[in-house]
Ligand binder design. Structure first.
Ligand code: GLN
Length: 536
């Protein structure tokens, strides 16, 4: 029998509910249980693919090509599992299926309503994940905050799910994560907002089993007692989640707080073994690096670090693995159009050009690539970055001054990057790119082969444009090696610039599959190359 843990949020959003949920998953996994996670996003978008990274952070791509909320990335990294589209439920997806069923006449003349039709569809989706994954425990995080109009059907559905599983059973718990603010003047931890949010939960028939209090410091005993009393949970069910220096500390903090003990007791899962030595070792390496490198990340959404979340995480994984502190110098690519690149890039040990869309800042990225190529600074370029590397090479080495991507200039005489054939004629934006994990063949004897140690890999994609094969031979003659290709050899996937300490570009996104203790090979070798260059 699958057990369910539903996590809701109170007081305000952005509390780190996702980190609390994934840390709990980590602790459950460490105790030998199979765990999967569902993220519910109460917005009307069918997926995160059409959302602006400035507003919402990065779009995280899953193996099956789903463009999901970045929280799914947290789950994959903490739980070291691959999720799929079913694990991200949005209001848009739910309504779309209900409306499609209504149009198909499947409701047999009934009035179609939020309760029971929408709530049934939500729970059908949750059960589907439970049945198909056969996980011991399904974690369900309901995005947003109690009281939001959008999240109401999901709250109601989870109340019904609780009834269905059995109110008295040991197979279901509600965890409520809230904010415990501290009044600066007196330094007192205030529980009133939590009391109110629990009250709001109770009004809709949900009594939390556990309350996790987010606060700058650990909760005082008196704070816990108050919450216990007013919110009707035992004191041991009030867990502090103080601010942590890094998200990797959170599982250990929560473990120390007795979180896993109480969860396992409530779910009748026996005594925890508390064996997370691997994670501790990872954290220890992460926190005690012996060297240091500075990497420029040249992007267009640098004001919001979350827009490059998976890149930052991949660097963290490398930091632990290579025991090297990785400092990111955030550079808006437009600044490289206004300034001499040397001015901004002279003090860095390596350059990363991530993916992106649209014209803004492209010339700055080209300048950064040019600087790295000519000055032999290690560089890793990803997706749009890869395409920009091709443009730079064609302009400055092949002498095709107007070389460009047809994404940026439809009339360029040299569309060295051009629309994928399968993209022609597509005018719907959502979910229509080349998406998801695909096989790539790697040529033996190349740097990429050395790095991956294999002639066949799989990596995740998200793009509409690709290298135009008309220019491939000329590029290869002049010093670019396409070392990774699609199985039919029509799609260029990895490029290497010869006679350079480390210049690798990839059309796919290695950042999405980097995990703690298993950093993405391209990231790790890139960092190692920057260390080597620095020490020279
Ligand atoms: N805009 C480019 C394309 O669509 C690159 C996409 C990306 O970097 N994810 O091909």
């Amino acid at each position: 029998m699958t057990k369910f843990i539903i996590v809701t949020g109170g007081v305000l959003s952005g509390l780190g509910k996702g980190v609390v949920t994934s840390s709990l998953g980590k602790l459950l996994k460490a105790n030998g249980f199979s765990v999967t996670a569902i993220k519910i996003d109460p917005y009307l978008n069918c997926d995160a693919g059409t959302m602006n990274p400035f507003e919402h952070g990065e779009v995280f791509v899953l193996d099956d090509g789903t463009e999901a909320d970045l929280d799914l990335g947290n789950y994959e990294r903490f739980l070291d599992i691959d999720l799929c589209g079913d694990d991200n439920i949005t209001t848009g997806k739910v309504y779309r299926s209900v409306i499609e069923k209504e149009r198909a006449g499947k409701y047999l003349g009934k009035t179609v309503q939020i309760i029971p039709h929408i709530t049934d569809e939500i729970n059908r989706r949750i059960w589907k994940v439970a049945d198909e994954t056969d996980a011991d425990i399904v974690l369900v995080e309901i995005g947003g905050t109690i009281g939001d109009i959008e999240s109401m059907p999901f709250m109601e559905a989870s109340r019904q799910l609780h009834m269905e599983v059995g109110e008295e059973s040991n197979d279901f718990i509600f965890i409520h994560t809230t904010l415990i603010p501290v009044l600066d003047v007196v330094g007192e931890q205030k529980t009133k907002p939590t009391q109110h949010s629990v009250q709001a939960l109770r009004e809709i028939g949900i009594q939390p089993d556990i309350i996790v209090g987010r606060s700058p410091k650990k909760l005082e005993e008196s704070t816990k007692r108050k919450i216990s009393l007013f919110c009707d949970v035992p004191k041991e069910a009030v867990i502090s989640s103080p601010d942590a220096e890094s998200i990797y500390q959170v599982p250990l903090i929560l473990e120390e707080e007795g979180f896993i003990d109480y969860v396992m007791k409530k779910l009748n899962l026996g005594e925890p073994e508390h064996d997370i030595h691997e994670w501790k070792e990872f954290l220890d390496n992460y926190e005690n690096p012996t060297e240091k490198v500075k990497i420029a990340l040249v992007g267009k959404y640098c004001e919001l670090e979350d827009a490059y979340k998976s890149h930052v995480e991949a660097f963290h994984h490398c930091q632990a693995e290579a025991k090297t502190e990785i400092n990111i110098k955030w550079i808006e690519s437009e600044e490289l159009e206004e300034n001499e690149p040397k001015k901004l890039l002279d003090d860095v040990d390596g350059i990363l050009i991530p993916g992106g869309f649209g014209n803004r800042g492209i010339e700055g990225k080209i300048n950064a690539v040019n600087f790295a190529r000519e000055n032999k600074v290690p560089i890793l370029t990803i997706c749009l970055g890869f395409q920009v590397s091709v443009i730079e090479f064609c302009r400055n080495v092949l002498g095709l001054e107007e070389a460009n991507s047809s994404e940026f200039n439809e009339k360029t005489p040299h569309p060295v990057i051009d629309l994928l054939p399968m993209q022609r004629g597509i005018d719907m934006m959502g979910g229509t790119m080349r998406l998801g994990s695909e096989k790539i063949l790697i040529e033996e004897g190349t740097r990429a082969h050395e790095i991956y140690g294999s002639t066949e890999i799989k990596e995740r994609h998200r793009h509409r444009y690709e290298v135009n094969l008309d220019y491939k031979d000329e590029m290869e003659e002049k010093g670019i090696k396409f070392s990774g290709k699609s199985p039919n050899k029509k799609r260029m996937e990895i490029l290497e610039v010869e006679d350079h300490p480390f210049f690798i570009g990839c059309q796919f996104h290695p950042e999405f599959t980097s995990r703690p203790m298993k950093p993405a090979p391209l990231f790790l070798e890139f960092i190692k190359a920057t260390m080597e260059q620095k020490n020279k």
